[in-house]
Design a protein around this ligand. Sequence first.
Ligand code: F6R
Length: 609
Amino acid sequence: MCGIVGYIGKNPAVPVLLNGLKKLEYRGYDSAGVAVIDGGKLVLNRSVGKLHMLEGKINGYVHNGTIGIGHTRWATHGRPSDNNSHPHTDCTGKIAAVHNGIIENYLELKEWLEKEGHVFSSETDTEVLPHLVEQFYQGDLFEAVKQMTAKLRGSYATVVLAEDNPDTLVAARKDNPLIVGIGDGEYFFASDIPAVISYTRKIIVLEDGEIAVLTREGVTIYQDGRQVEKEIQTITWDTKAAEKGGYPHFMIKEICEQPRALRDTLSGRIAPDYSGVDLKEFNLTTEDVKKFRKVAIVACGTAYHAGIVGKYAMEKMLRLPVEVDIASEFRYRDPLIDSDTLVVIISQSGETADTLAALRLAKEKDARVVAITNVVGSSIAREADHVIYTWAGPEIAVASTKAYITQLIGIYLLTLFLGKHLGTIKPDEVSQILHYIYRLPNQAQEVLDTLNEQLDRMATVFKKWEDTFFVGRGLDYAVAMEGSLKLKEISYVHAEAYAAGELKHGTLALIVKDVPVLALCTQDDVFEKTVSNIKEIKAREAHVIGVAFQGNKEIHKVVDEVVYIPETLPLLAPVLTVIPLQMLAYYAAAHRNCDVDQPRNLAKSVTVE
Ligand code: F6R
């Protein structure tokens, strides 16, 4: 997502900051800025757009200041603009801060700070940070940052610079990465290693709750107010590998980022007492919601597969008819929608041509349009009546992974929001589901930590075959579709997804000895039915891999091997079951030496029909 660089040393800071930010461009951004202390004054330069726009603004003027902070911003709170770009400053313009993450309680803090006389000038959550430092600053920057962090809820990596402290940078982190680079008489902060690797290979990784102080003499790190000793690591990767955080491909990096993406997407959206969802950005009233007679979900590709999960979840919980359409079909079939229809548009990029056209058609027909999208300020975000942003961060690999999983969260939150207004979900059910949703980020991490080797090995079975099958019932079928798309798009192994009960109506003819079949078995109400279908498949001697919850005692009796995932509600299973399927596809593609991040014939954002 956003990129941070901080520098203190013997060289002019601006070129170092710009160079570092360029190395973080792969993270995606829509504006950039730097602040340095030059001639005793804090000087700020910020610009919407790419780094060359910022360089144009700085206009060749080489600041001599040898301390500064820089940032590339990927818009979350507030559209991309000069004014919303980081660094943000306090009322005096003497304290500047850059920040990655989301400050969940920023509205509350802003209100308090405004009462204290602070004046805000941006739409961002970040701007509360320099104002908080200003509020607490009494000559000791470390103390002020420490007091600031005590006020924050949410996630942050932040670096603060103050005109009155021209020899100090202070940084803090929680749930967002930040490293310290240790050079020869110069020190760095960065959100990722590529930003510093051309200056130093010695780094310290900051942990949650730590505050680091850089001076011209060195670095000191504190946890709970006490100084801590940290290990200095030496980076041996080459520069290119460093952009991928040491991972061989962006896709696997993005798969591994999913716990963080889930956490960010949930951030601030679950009421602290689990009584409901808080979709601040969403101003639908109970009266609006009660008017809806049906829901139409429209999307393409992976986002369409998320929509199918939406159909199962919404029909079950809202008792409203839900149609799911592929956008390129929807727009040409004269769909039956009107002002009593809620149209849910799902799109990672927010720019997919067919999906955008579907949105426009829905609006022409007076439907109410909610977009679930990952890109702030995208066409779909701008044109929809309401937006639920997924905070997956920029997705670089063509194959969508972390965007899908956060789209599922967007769907669940929307469903709970609507269900509460409609009265179709009881309060204790809402609370139970939210408790389980809250556990998903850690469970996703558990899947990544425990299944890696097993899936790498299984991929060697899948990679050898030209045809493979993914089966399941209900929500498992929805995930089977996504699993099969992942495998075919990056490994070029043909994969078909089938509703398990449908196999014997034709496809069973293709099931032969040893052909790999992945069977998802997480839906309790149809478990026995799925087992019967697995037996039909096993009778043809296929190689069946089951995906089931850890507590399932039956599944191993009917399949060749089981991938166990942590227990959650069957309703939420797609969030966890899709991860092993993504990993399986990834390893199959890697073993076949495919171009994992840029598969043949495909583009990341499909802006043509
Ligand atoms: C597959 C994939 C695509 C996209 C589809 C829609 O891995 O990424 O199928 O899901 O092109 O793109 P967005 O979500 O940007 O509208």
